[in-house]
Design a protein around this ligand. Structure first.
Ligand code: NDP
Length: 292
């Protein structure tokens, strides 16, 4: 089986590295120096172009949004092999994914949406969770390749279902992180020992991924190694809010977190990591986000 990987960012770079340990793998990245580094580090083949990359049995993509996936599909279509699979690991938009699946099907290519969870550490250790939407038989064909970078693969429904689950998961994480940041800041301002507070919270019913993994050591330094861009989390919450709207499910909390993350991005400026949310709240306290 041959594989191709398009998009060697924070997630794609290590995921493609795991694939290359088991399969002949071609890589393409918008910034070609990254693909050259990947080829040197992992023995992959740096493709000269998208069409040069995608004549594989399974094509993987992992780019910021479904808009960039569409650009990749535009360039790849004439070079795709009928009978091949396109596994999209982007955290994308379910409606756009259905349209992409239809376009690819006209070329004889089966599309699976397969967003991942586990962050940069999970991608590096090859232990991501993957939620897959699309044809179950196609997933069985793709499974050996997906297993190269994951320890849990769950089929969640038809095309688009993977993106729906991923967006709701990330919206829940965002709500938890925002609320936990507010709570921890309140405790700090109230003079409580944060180490002791986190020890109790993480052994109690208020614990979450946010309190256990992101805030366990307190509010963290201002400068953070990039793990997951706040812009990407903002995009995920907007997708979750759309999922609720399209389903006719009132979801005021989901809509609120979209607005809050938008305000945090505007207030922080630049390209902050999602763990900068407490910093946005501190700035808010100081009036930088428009309130004292
Ligand atoms: P990054 O921003 O680190 O990487 C984005 C990748 O997409 C880069 O390879 C970039 O190329 C490429 N890209 C951006 N724009 C274009 C374009 N117009 N055309 C072609 N390629 C483009 O993102 P992540 O790896 O963090 O995230 C990728 C996806 O995975 C997102 O959907 C994200 O929501 C999701 N995700 C991220 C997680 C994380 O913890 N980081 C965890 C789980 C899911 P270039 O090198 O040229 O910039």
């Amino acid at each position: 089986m041959t594989t191709a990987f398009l998009g060697l960012g924070t997630m794609g770079y290590p995921m493609a590295g795991h694939l290359a340990r088991h399969f002949t793998t071609a890589v393409w990245n918008r910034t070609p120096e990254v693909a050259a580094r990947h080829a040197a580090e992992h023995g992959t083949r740096q493709a000269a172009s998208i069409p040069d990359a995608v004549g594989a049995d399974i094509v993987f993509s992992c780019v910021p949004t479904s808009r960039e996936v569409n650009l990749l599909v535009d360039a790849a279509l004439p070079a795709l092999r009928p009978g091949s699979l396109w596994v999209d690991c982007t955290s994308g938009d379910p409606t756009m994914a259905r349209a992409t699946a239809t376009r690819l099907a006209e070329r004889g290519v089966t599309y699976l949406d397969a967003p991942v969870s586990g962050g940069r550490p999970g991608a590096e250790s090859g232990t991501l969770s993957v939620m897959v939407g699309g044809d179950a038989a196609a997933l069985e064909r793709a499974r050996p390749a997906i297993e190269a970078f994951s320890s849990r693969i769950v089929h969640v429904g038809a095309v688009g279902a993977g993106h729906m689950v991923k967006s709701v998961n990330n919206a829940l994480m965002a709500v938890n992180l925002w609320a936990a940041s507010e709570g921890v800041l309140a405790l700090e301002r109230g003079g409580v020992d944060l180490g002791a507070a986190m020890e109790v919270i993480n052994a109690s019913s208020g614990r979450s991924f946010a309190t256990e993994s992101l805030l366990a050591a307190g509010l963290g330094p201002d400068e953070l190694q990039p793990w997951f861009k706040l812009a990407l989390l903002h995009k995920d919450t907007a997708i979750a809010s759309d999922v609720a709207r399209n389903a006719g499910q009132p979801a005021p909390f989901l809509s609120l977190i979209v607005d809050m993350l938008g305000a945090a991005r505007a207030g922080l400026g630049g390209e902050p990591d999602y763990r900068a949310i407490p910093r946005a709240l501190r700035a808010w306290q100081k009036g930088i986000l428009g309130r004292s």
